[in-house]
Design a protein around this ligand. Structure first.
Ligand SMILES: *Cc1c(COP(=O)(O)O)cnc(C)c1O
Length: 430
């Protein structure tokens, strides 16, 4: 499989280049040269398949020319060693729980797969690699966990000071070893900008083997398409499917579009955001206008310049009308999010995290506009305990910490404080 930049369709990159470089030189993003369509027979028997079988089929379709089947099997089965159950909330929609991995958010899918793929790609070389990653909360811990203790790899995480939940911060800053956490005095957008500048910087490029682990890395997108197929497999297939995706950087939704292009029958995607409504605004106006990010209780979606939007534009040939055929978008405030958490808890006893609640809001809004003849699936992107303070406050209950979170909570924070300034990051890395 060759990869090319969204900004230049001629230069082809190998899998190794695309994954290890993270970003092409021209500020575009890597895309596969073609999106493989899965065999019809696979979709027909999918209802009996489990998550790993589905993941193998999807991964082989992309990587079979680059990686031997037994290695693909190892990468997939080690990375995806947890479940993603579909839980029915009512007759209209269900919730796809993507938080059963070790760091309790869907980021484990991408990060664990990427870690094993990179280890495979560099296994014969002596070069040391530095993974640089900006996080709005959940990516950092998933990446740190995925690469923890891996020989030849250092991980440097940038997170916005005071803007991630306390438990998220504990998960980022207590591992140590080959993991370094940088506490940036700024927003997530600052962190993301500093990472991008690092990749463009000639001294750093020459001096350190930098790789990005953000969802701009193509190797995180491929595994995120697994669970769209897996969700569909858990339904009976009698109704068309609508996915509501709580979104920030739009990697998750882009992976859904990939799944659709691979052949998954999806009627519509709902782009559900908090007040950082850049993409819903684009779907209304046809104009993409990044803005400074606003802090909300669904902090992992506080993104003012969604980096995967470039891929979405590319996939819809830069046409808002084309995109509207597949995607509806809605944004919601924190008070609306709290109300929905309460309503769902009252009606069904189910505890949503704030991100999942934004997803449910999007699904409800979509169904109020387009009817509810479809089977709705809301992606529940994180375990509610990751947002313990908010959830306990809103629902007036006490929730227990699952074991991995309790361990992180008990650790000692170790982070390097840094201004939101690229030159500081550069001297740190040099
Ligand atoms: C990262 C994250 C999101 C947003 O996903 P994107 O791929 O950036 O759109 C939503 N919810 C949670 C809990 C997350 O960690």
């Amino acid at each position: 499989m060759k990869f090319y930049s969204t900004k230049n369709n001629t230069a082809a990159y190998s899998l190794r280049d695309a994954v290890l470089k993270g970003l092409p030189d021209d500020k575009g993003l890597f895309m596969p040269a073609s999106i493989p369509v899965l065999p019809a027979a696979f979709l027909e028997r999918i209802h009996g398949s489990n998550l790993v079988e589905i993941a193998l089929e999807v991964t082989s379709a992309f990587l079979k020319d680059d990686i031997q089947q037994d290695q693909i099997h190892r990468i997939v089965s080690e990375a995806i060693n947890f479940e993603a159950p579909l839980v029915t909330l009512n007759e209209r929609f269900s919730v796809l729980e993507l938080f059963h991995g070790p760091t309790l958010a869907f980021k484990d899918f991408g990060a664990r797969f990427m870690a094993r793929l990179i280890s495979h790609l560099i296994r014969d070389s002596k070069q040391k690699i530095t993974i640089l990653v900006a996080t709005s909360g959940d990516t950092g811990s998933a990446v740190a966990n995925g690469f923890y203790g891996v020989e030849g790899i250092d991980v440097v995480i940038l997170y916005p000071s005071g803007m991630v939940s306390r438990l998220q911060e504990q998960q980022l800053t207590t591992l140590n070893g080959n993991i370094t956490a940088l506490e940036v005095q700024g927003t997530f957008d600052d962190c993301q900008r500093m990472v991008k500048e690092a990749f463009m910087d000639p001294d750093l490029r020459a001096g350190r083997n930098l790789t990005s682990a953000n969802s701009i890395n193509i190797s995180r997108l491929i595994p995120q398409s697994f669970y769209y197929f897996h969700a569909y497999a858990q339904l009976d297939g009698s109704r068309p499917v609508v996915f509501s995706v709580p979104s920030g950087n739009f990697g998750n939704l882009t992976a859904g579009i990939l799944a659709k292009r691979m052949g998954l029958p999806v009627k519509k995607f709902v782009a559900s955001t908090n007040v950082n409504s850049i993409v819903p605004d684009y779907l209304k106006s046809g104009i993409f206008q990044p803005a400074p990010s606003v802090q909300t209780i669904s902090n992992a979606m506080d993104v003012g310049n969604p980096s995967n939007f470039e891929r979405m534009l590319h996939l819809y040939r830069r046409s808002a009308d084309e995109m509207r055929k597949d995607i509806s978008g809605y944004s919601f405030t924190d008070p609306q999010t709290r109300e929905m958490m309460k309503k769902v808890y009252r009606d069904s006893g189910y505890i949503l995290d704030p991100h999942g609640a934004v997803g449910v809001l999007g699904m409800e809004k979509y169904m109020s506009e387009y009817g509810n003849d479809a089977a709705g699936i809301v992606l529940e992107t994180a375990h509610p305990a990751k947002f313990k303070e908010v959830v306990e406050d809103v629902l007036e209950i006490k929730i227990d910490l699952p074991e991995p979170l309790a361990a992180a909570a008990a650790g000692t924070k170790n982070a390097v404080l840094m201004k939101n300034d690229f030159t500081e990051l550069k001297s740190f890395l040099m």
